[in-house]
Design a binder for this molecule. Structure first.
Ligand SMILES: Cc1cc2nc3c(=O)[nH]c(=O)nc-3n(C[C@H](O)[C@H](O)[C@H](O)COP(=O)(O)O)c2cc1C
Length: 378
């Protein structure tokens, strides 16, 4: 209860994280690309969606259980992949995976996380996903997917909205370089955040540990480059077929925004689409993710996962009402970690859960599938 009085919502967690983690880390987590108009419109356009409040509907007992890709989750939301999670808070990947197991929600580990699938495996619950940035080398693709499967990840999410690196100017302005260098400016930022600095020193410098394992195979790579981009390619349809062949579980395509492409993806044997503009971190000219969701919903019966700009339980309900089957959050979990360390993820689960229940009570809906009936036409 104590945590709820100090951190009742996401803005409180974000503000506290800003004070507890070094500036360059916060800017890495928080920034979009360009003028960040896509990042801000993601949130704003969600807020434009209204439900008609309901009265005289009596006592209701909503059930948040949501089925997706053969798993029954306790809640309709989960944890999106975030590269270098462990830079934001030491051992973030394990803390998040453990919370997901406890709360029965999906955790998606990034290819460029700071921990390997094997490190996370002991705390992984059922229904976890592994996110794949497409390795150029087919041997690496096969090895990574095998390792993810052996570690217990049940679905693979292939991210296709990063054909090239983005610029993320605010992150650059903070002094963060690729690869990160301990310049005097960065050291000064670290010195101002002693709790983070001590915890990080104890845990070892965060690195992309999964990709590190493949650098030996690529000795001719220049040592100064971002290994994430050295190993990956910009995928095409043939590549998608290669991934489909390499993975015999559910395959999710992450970063779908164009309803015109949905039919092709269906024909290629993709099991679910993840509607996302990567929180506006890649392309500042993209529409808000929520604005393309209804058209994509109309174009396919495939399960739809949604993210980008979710700011609380009400936004989760908004995305569900507009056609999403499931909603993921990326930055929110890391604001929670930055603010509260190991206690952050469970607190955020509770905040989102309570927020969903409070809003469902106002909307007068017991079953999530009835949400569209209470939408105010736009
Ligand atoms: C710091 C950061 C790193 C991210 N790294 C990845 C990644 O490695 N792979 C990926 O598919 N998406 C990545 N994303 C995108 C998220 O998975 C997700 O699409 C996005 O954060 C959702 O928007 P939200 O943060 O507003 O909830 C990253 C996002 C952030 C904020």
């Amino acid at each position: 209860m104590e945590l709820h009085s100090t951190y009742p919502g996401l803005p409180d967690l974000r503000a506290a994280a800003r004070k507890r983690i070094p500036k360059f880390v916060f800017e890495y987590l928080d920034s979009g690309t360009g003028l960040e108009t896509t990042t801000s419109s993601n949130a704003r356009r969600l807020q434009d969606i209204k439900f008609m409040p309901s009265i005289l509907h009596g006592t209701q007992t909503p059930d948040l259980t949501t089925k997706l890709l053969g798993h029954s989750y306790a809640r309709p939301f989960g944890i999106a992949p975030v590269g270098m999670s462990g830079l934001i808070w030491p051992d973030a990947e394990r803390l998040l995976a453990a919370e997901a197991a406890k709360a029965n929600i999906p955790y998606c580990l990034s290819t460029v996380a700071s921990q390997t699938p094997e490190h996370v495996a002991p705390v992984l619950g059922d229904g976890a996903w592994f996110q794949l940035y497409p390795p150029k080398d087919e041997r690496i693709l096969k090895d990574i997917t095998r390792r993810a499967k052996d570690a217990g990840f049940e679905a693979l999410a292939l991210t296709v909205d990063v054909p090239v690196a983005s610029r993320r100017e605010r992150q650059t302005r903070s002094g963060l370089t690729q690869p990160p260098r301990l310049s005097p400016r960065i050291l000064w930022q670290i010195a101002q955040r002693p709790t983070w600095a001590l915890a990080t020193a104890k845990n070892g410098a965060p690195r992309m540990r999964l990709l590190d394992d493949y650098i030996d195979d690529n000795r001719n790579l220049p040592p100064t480059e971002h290994i994430g981009y050295l190993l990956r390619t910009s995928p095409d349809l043939d590549y998608l077929r290669q991934v489909r062949a390499a993975w015999d579980g559910p395959l999710i395509l992450k970063g779908v925004m164009d309803a015109n492409q949905v039919k092709t993806l269906h024909n290629e044997g993709v099991d679910a689409l993840w509607v996302s503009n990567h929180a506006g971190r890649q392309f500042d000219g993209a529409p808000a993710s929520i604005d393309v969701l209804p058209e994509i919903r109309a174009a396919t019966k495939l399960p739809l996962i949604f993210d980008s700009g979710i700011g609380g339980g009400l936004d989760i309900l908004r995305a569900l009402a507009l056609g999403a089957d499931f909603v993921m959050l990326g930055r929110a979990w890391h604001y929670a970690l930055g603010a509260l360390g190991a206690n952050g993820p469970a607190h955020l689960t509770d905040v989102l859960h309570k927020d969903i229940l409070a809003n469902l009570g106002q909307i007068g809906v017991e079953h999530l599938e009835d949400l569209p009936q209470r939408l105010v036409p736009r």
